[in-house]
Design a protein around this ligand. Structure first.
Ligand SMILES: Cc1ncc(C[n+]2csc(CCOP(=O)(O)OP(=O)(O)O)c2C)c(N)n1
Ligand SMILES: [Mg+2]
Length: 339
């Protein structure tokens, strides 16, 4: 793990707490899924927490975040209430998307979180629009856009990267390179697995980061965010990481055997970013076992509260089907009873 200055230790403790919340939240969602309380898909972020916890807390008011369908950690880091996230996953009207989006479509515009996206590569062209708006209005903000290695083979992603590079838009692109797009390894899906070359081909500054080391992520993110904010040059960070669980809930241990080995999974789990950061903080005298237990208890209570809130909330009413589909007059025309 990269060395860190003493004054950063307090922030690292907050980072650790956030990562632990993400991990415990994912575990609770999986339990709810198995109880049959969550419909549709569920993609967990276990193992990749550093990519979000090392970046989003460095943003300021007015900055934006876009994510993929693997979006629970991003929402938590943006400050979306756990109650609103849990209720969304359980399909309740109190969810952050009114219970109509589910796991892949968390959203919280008031906190700058412009949402998850079920379309592979979908957030990248949207980030170009957001980056253009920031620049057009003369704001000093940035847009952070997350996407996966599989998205790097999408046509729209390259068109968007080209526009960002050409128009010098204040975007930090974060490639969550976990080595696989569902069951397809990176080197089985592209003739050029060097992701930095792909970004640089569009005139974008690019850097590779160890996504298992949250200190390294924080440092690279600080540089990239400042560069995008100060110079409006887009930045691209390829973060090497690994998802500890299957692609989605349907991708169980048996299915994963078709594309990755037990040894490979064990090697990456030995580099668990939570364990590494806990060790760093413990060695620095910043996190005792008792502190850790207290943190766990608080987080457990927060999750139980979110579950209770969600389970006591009603589902969206049938007429909500007509809301948030079209804007303005067209939407009014579609309301039931209006012809
Ligand atoms: C345009 C599009 N094509 C295919 C899919 C089906 N699909 C869902 S996730 C996925 C893999 C994407 O992998 P990656 O971008 O590496 O993200 P990861 O799941 O590893 O986080 C695919 C092909 C989709 N959702 N959208
Ligand atoms: Mg991937």
């Amino acid at each position: 793990m990269a060395a860190t200055k003493a004054q950063d230790k307090a922030e690292l403790l907050a980072t650790y707490r956030l990562m632990l919340r993400m991990r415990r939240f994912e575990e609770s969602l999986y339990r709810k899924y198995r109880e049959g309380k969550i419909g549709g898909y569920l993609h967990r972020y276990d193992g990749q927490e550093a990519l979000v916890a090392g970046v989003i807390p460095q943003l300021v008011k007015g900055d934006y975040v876009l994510s993929t369908y693997r979006d629970h950690a991003h929402a938590l880091a943006c400050g979306t209430e756990p109650r609103a996230i849990m209720a969304e996953l359980l399909g309740r009207s109190t969810g952050c998307a009114g219970g109509k989006g589910g796991s892949m479509h968390l959203i919280d515009p008031a906190r700058g979180f412009l949402g998850g996206d079920g379309i592979v590569g979908g957030p990248v062209p949207i980030a170009v629009g957001v980056g253009f708006a920031i620049k057009y209005r003369g704001d000093r903000n940035v847009c952070v856009c997350y996407f996966g290695d599989g998205a790097m083979n999408q046509g729209g992603v390259h068109e968007a990267l080209n526009m960002a590079g050409l128009s010098k838009l204040p975007i930090v692109f974060i490639l969550e390179n976990n080595g696989y797009a569902m069951g397809t390894a990176v080197d089985r899906s592209t003739g050029q697995p060097d992701m930095l070359l792909k970004a640089q081909a569009h005139g974008i500054d690019a850097e590779r980061v160890d996504g298992m080391d949250v200190v390294a992520v924080r440092e690279a993110a600080a540089r990239a965010i400042e560069a995008a904010r100060e110079t409006s040059r887009p930045q691209f960070l390829e973060m090497r990481c690994y998802r500890f669980v299957g692609h989605g809930v349907a991708d169980n241990a048996q299915q994963q055997r078709f594309y990755r080995t037990e040894e490979e999974i064990a090697e990456w789990k030995a580099r668990d970013p939570l364990v590494k950061l806990r060790e760093l903080l413990a060695t620095a005298g910043r996190l005792t076992d008792a502190d850790h237990e207290a943190m766990e208890t608080e987080i457990r209570a927060e999750i139980e509260d979110a579950i209770k809130f969600a389970e006591n909330s009603p589902p969206p009413p049938p007429e909500a089907l007509y809301e948030h589909v079209y804007a303005g007059a067209l939407a009014d025309g579609l309301k039931p009873g209006r012809g």
